[in-house]
Design a protein around this ligand. Structure first.
Ligand code: ADP
Ligand code: ASP
Ligand code: MG
Length: 405
């Protein structure tokens, strides 16, 4: 007898009819003789609706109260799914994050799981129960409810699969697997049969919202067998594993993209040994996440520095820099909004020179100016204007022959 973790996302549990469909899917897995742990998201867009309600009351609600509010979404689904399974004569029991022993660091809104106390779940499983766990939520050592960041139910599922040493973790969603790029925007996108943990980690971090990046991190660290598949169509999905075994001949496996990027430029920075560390320490102390960084020196002996951040943080970043101007020692600040980041990802890049060159060539021939560049062994990212984002994605998808032929 095996243990399978199944996770169903918002759209897959978006109505009573869909919840009944999920119950049938869970039942099928138990009929194969497996123990099953099910992780669910809030129904449909209900997390967004809760965020909307909070915004109607306050423009800056307390992060603690936001977690209290948002964690209710998943609690609705666990109870309904458990009822649906009970109705079919199956023995199911629902658990909130804290009941399931999911302990997190004390950070509201984007907490990491630090530990899972599995005793309660183990004992239910050994009594033959189907356990339904609320995704996206946990509890701190001090008993405070936390959430894991948007899309975090994937992470609950994979972390539970790792802690319970499950044989497999299936992520059921509204697409049939991981595609070469977001199929909602590019109709030529093609489903990949397998992707390596490293490629998936880059894709997820670079904006491919199909999996929460920390879920991939857990899967890689604990070697969890992960499959992304459809909750509507019974077909094989995409397997995420150590080494992608299929389609190795493709150097680039996917194109990821993300909008709402802002580029901040600091001009005339005193070019001392510590100036960069002072700037980035100050930003980090204010919880501002910096992505790409470019520095150049001027003839006058000063430095110009540009970095990219999420647009949500730009006003705060500017005020932090302005408030610390005397310590940081620069002449002027500048910011450019409405930018996007487009990235190509593939482990074949390590051994194939010229991939970045080809990317730049494709963008140039489409008249798309590049504002910033960043590379790693298996990805190249460019920051461009948001209005050019989808054009760039389509052109790169085509040039690297990723689409359906
Ligand atoms: P769920 O609610 O099931 O967690 P999400 O909306 O979080 O679903 O993730 C699924 C969505 O991810 C798809 O509808 C698709 O638009 C988007 N997506 C982005 N990039 C990709 C990709 N490379 N492959 C598949 N889906 C992608
Ligand atoms: N309900 C949460 C969200 O919408 C978590 C999730 O769906 O994974 O972000
Ligand atoms: Mg999701």
């Amino acid at each position: 007898m095996g243990l399978i973790v199944q996770k169903f996302g918002g759209t897959s549990v978006g109505s009573v009819e869909r919840i009944l469909n999920v119950a049938a899917c869970v039942k099928e897995e138990t009929e194969k003789g497996n123990n099953v742990v099910v992780v669910v998201s809030a129904m449909g867009k209900s997390t967004d609706q809760l965020v909307g309600l909070a915004k109607e009351i306050s423009s800056q609600p307390s992060k603690r109260e936001m977690d209290m509010l948002l964690s209710t979404g998943e609690q609705v689904t666990i109870a309904l799914l458990s009822m649906a399974l009970n109705q079919q004569g199956l023995d199911a029991v629902s658990y909130t994050g804290w009941q399931a022993g999911i302990v997190t660091e004390p950070i509201h809104g984007n907490a990491r799981i630090t530990k899972i106390n599995t005793e309660a779940l183990q004992s239910q499983l050994s009594n033959g129960k189907i356990v339904i766990v609320a995704g996206f939520q946990g509890i701190t050592e001090d008993g405070e409810i936390t959430t894991l960041g948007r899309g975090g139910s994937d992470t609950t599922a994979v972390a539970l699969a790792a802690a319970l040493k499950a044989d497999k973790c299936d992520i059921y969603t509204d697409v049939t697997g991981v595609f070469t790029t977001d199929p909602r925007y590019v109709k030529e996108a093609r489903k990949l049969l397998s992707v390596s943990y490293d490629e998936m980690l880059e894709l997820a971090n670079l904006g491919a919202g199909v999996l929460h990046p920390r879920a991939v991190e857990f899967a890689k660290n604990y070697q969890v067998r992960l499959e992304v598949r459809s909750s509507m169509e019974k077909i094989a999905g995409t397997v995420i594993e150590g080494e992608a075994t299929m389609e190795q001949n493709l150097v680039v496996r996917g194109v990821a993209f993300e909008d709402e990027i802002t580029k901040v430029t600091v001009l005339g920075l005193t070019n001392s040994l510590t100036s960069l560390s002072t700037i980035f320490t100050t930003l980090a102390q204010n919880q501002i996440n910096v992505d790409i960084i470019i520095q150049s020196t001027t003839e006058a002996g000063t430095a110009n520095l540009s970095f990219s951040i999420h647009t949500d943080n730009w006003l705060e970043a500017l005020s932090v820099l302005e408030n610390n101007k005397p310590v940081l020692g620069y002449e002027q600040l500048d910011a450019e909004n409405k930018l996007a980041k487009v990235s190509i990802v593939g482990s074949g890049m390590i051994s194939n020179p010229g991939v970045a060159a080809k990317m730049f060539e494709v963008l140039a021939s489409n008249n798309i100016p590049i504002k910033m560049v960043s590379t790693s062994e298996i990805k190249v990212s460019v920051v461009i204007e948001e209005k050019n984002m989808l054009k760039a994605v389509e052109a790169l998808h085509k040039a690297f022959e990723l689409g359906d032929n």
